[in-house]
Each structure stands twice: as structure tokens, then as C-alpha cells.
Design a protein around this ligand. Structure first.
Ligand code: NCD
Length: 311
């Protein structure tokens, strides 16, 4: 069974295959007759979309990806409040019950680190980790890497700045794991002191011989970077330090910071963005975050198909 639990599980040959297929889906979706033909591919399969935490992109793009492939979707949003979780039911019991209703795959977003792994132990169908608290968000990392590949034509030899709330941002963590698989990658982490990247990731990068450093000044990192991956402060996962506006005001990529970036660099963000990238930046050709979000659907189509190949 092909569970999708963490980004390290993908090797480069699977990534290549997923990206090629995502390219194909992108091309075919733009042609009405082809778009219709895609709905024959996985007819009769059902995605259960079970979200205990808020989501716009991940939930909607998984739903759209499934439906464009002809699948049906059974969904619960805000499951923390609207499901039997509020009555005290364990995740394990919920998953066991859901499996009685014949899903073919379950996309699960949960507020606890390790939730997807726990669910996978009790599930009779593949579980996709759509975000487990401050743990990982592997499908986001896939679409992030796919976007880098699309924008720059390569993944090897790049200098990638990853900044923002690295202590709590699961997308930054999953991306770092995935980047570690490519040659000549250099990662610059830029974060306010209380929000620095966790030691587990840094340990992993050392083990894999990936060059990385922690930069305290964004202005030093920007001119060196091919990719600038920016993230929001995860207020919902933080204590009172989240309110320190002065601290965060130093971690904004605005028009002045764009000036420091290479002409062909790529500015990415998993979204939602708050004040850390002001809207004035959107018109710059290097702002890729909306195209990046669009890529999420193609990658998720590709991923659903890859999971079914394992049946
Ligand atoms: C991210 C998440 O949920 O971790 N959103 C997303 O899936 N694109 C990023 C975030 O919430 O900051």
C-alpha cells in the first residue's frame, strides 16, 4: 500500500515520474475534450478528505484533482469540531470506521504531529498526510519542488533560502527533506531567533552532506539565492512570542528586498501569505506563489494515480 506520510519517502525516480505526469495533466486540462477524457481514468474510485485543521488549497485541490480524474469525493472539513472527535473519539477509531465505507484513499489533515502515521497503522487503504500539526506536509513539498523544476528547469546546484517560521512551519520542513535528495543544493535558513529550524532537520542535512547555514539577515541571503521560499508565522501554533510585531517586521520580502534578488530567482510561498509578502510584490515576474498553488492540483492528480498503481 502506498501511503504518503513524509517527503523523505520519495526517491528521485518517483519524483521524475510524478512531475512528468503532472506536466501531462497540465497540458490536457487546458484542452476541453482532453479534460473530459481524463474523467474516465479513475471512475469509481473514491477519495475521503478528512480535515481536522483549516485548509483552502490542500483540501480544494485534492477534491478538484480527484474529480478531474473522475473520482468521487466524500469530505469532512473542520473535523475537530464537526466529527465525533468532539465527543472524544480517537483518530484510530475514526479511521477504522471510515474504512468500512469503502474509500480508495484517505487524505488526512490533523493537528497532531505523527497523526498520519498513526492513521496508516489502522487504515485498510492508503493514507495521504495532508499536514500533521507542525510535523510535515509532503504533498506541499512535492508541488514546491515541481514548481522549482518548472521555473528553473533543474533542481541540482541551487541555492535555496527558506525563511519565516521554520520552527512550526511543516512545509519548510518537508521541503528541506526533499531538497536534500539533490546534488549541489545549498540551503540558507532565515528565521527570527525563536522560530529557527528544528535540530532534527539540521541533523538530517548534516547526515546527507547537504550544505546549509543559518543566516540572521535576509539581506545577506537574497543576492545568493535562486529560490526564496517564504512562509508565514504559524500564530495558531505559537505562544505569546507570536505577537512580537517588531521581530516579524524584519522578515518581510517587499519591493526593497526584491531589488536584492537575482533577476531570474523564484519567490515562493505555500500560502496563505500575510504581511510577510505585501501585495505590491505580486506583479513581479519572480513572484511564483499563485502558479505554485495551481501546481498543487496537477501534482495531486499525479500522486493519486501513483497511489492507485500500487493496488
Ligand atoms: C500550509 C500549511 O497548511 O501548512 N498551507 C498550505 O497547505 N498551502 C502553510 C501555512 O498554513 O502556513
Amino acid at each position: 500500500m502506498r501511503h504518503v506520510l513524509y517527503s523523505q519517502q520519495f526517491d528521485r525516480s518517483i519524483l521524475d515520474k510524478l512531475f512528468r505526469r503532472a506536466d501531462e495533466f497540465r497540458r490536457r486540462m487546458a484542452v476541453p475534450s482532453e479534460k473530459l477524457a481524463l474523467t474516465q481514468l479513475h471512475r469509481g474510485k473514491t477519495l475521503f478528505s478528512v480535515f481536522y485543521e483549516p485548509s483552502t488549497r490542500t483540501r480544494m485541490s485534492f477534491g478538484a484533482a480527484a474529480q478531474h480524474l473522475g473520482m468521487s469525493v466524500v469530505a469532512t472539513e473542520n473535523a475537530r469540531e464537526f466529527s465525533s472527535a468532539i465527543k472524544g473519539e480517537s483518530l484510530e477509531d475514526t479511521i477504522r470506521v471510515l474504512c468500512e465505507y469503502y474509500p480508495d484513499v484517505i487524505a488526512l489533515r490533523h493537528y497532531e504531529i505523527g497523526a498520519a502515521e498513526r492513521a496508516a497503522r489502522y487504515s485498510s487503504v492508503p493514507i495521504i498526510n495532508a499536514g500533521d500539526g507542525a510535523g510535515q506536509h509532503p504533498t506541499q513539498a512535492l508541488l514546491d519542488l515541481y514548481t522549482i523544476h518548472q521555473a528553473l528547469g533543474t533542481t541540482a546546484g541551487l541555492t535555496v533560502t527558506i525563511g519565516g517560521d521554520l520552527a512550526n512551519g511543516r512545509t519548510a520542513r518537508s521541503l528541506a527533506y526533499l531538497l536534500a535528495k539533490f546534488d549541489g543544493i545549498r540551503i540558507l535558513f532565515v528565521a527570527p531567533d525563536p522560530l529557527r529550524m528544528g535540530s532534527d532537520i539540521k541533523e538530517h542535512l548534516r547526515e546527507k552532506d547537504v550544505a546549509f547555514s543559518e543566516e540572521s539577515r535576509l539581506e545577506d541571503a537574497l543576492p545568493q539565492s535562486d529560490v526564496v521560499y517564504w512562509t508565514r508565522v504559524q500564530k495558531e501554533r505559537l505562544g505569546p512570542e507570536a505577537a512580537d510585531e517588531e521581530l516579524h517586521s524584519r522578515f518581510v520580502v517587499g519591493p526593497a528586498q526584491l531589488e536584492l534578488m537575482k533577476p531570474h530567482a523564484v519567490l515562493m510561498h505555500p500560502l496563505p501569505r500575510l504581511a510577510e509578502i505585501p501585495p505590491e510584490v505580486d506583479a513581479d515576474a519572480r513572484a511564483w506563489y499563485f502558479r505554485q498553488a495551481g501546481n498543487g492540483m496537477f501534482i495531486r492528480m499525479s500522486l493519486l494515480e501513483w497511489i492507485f498503481e500500487g493496488d
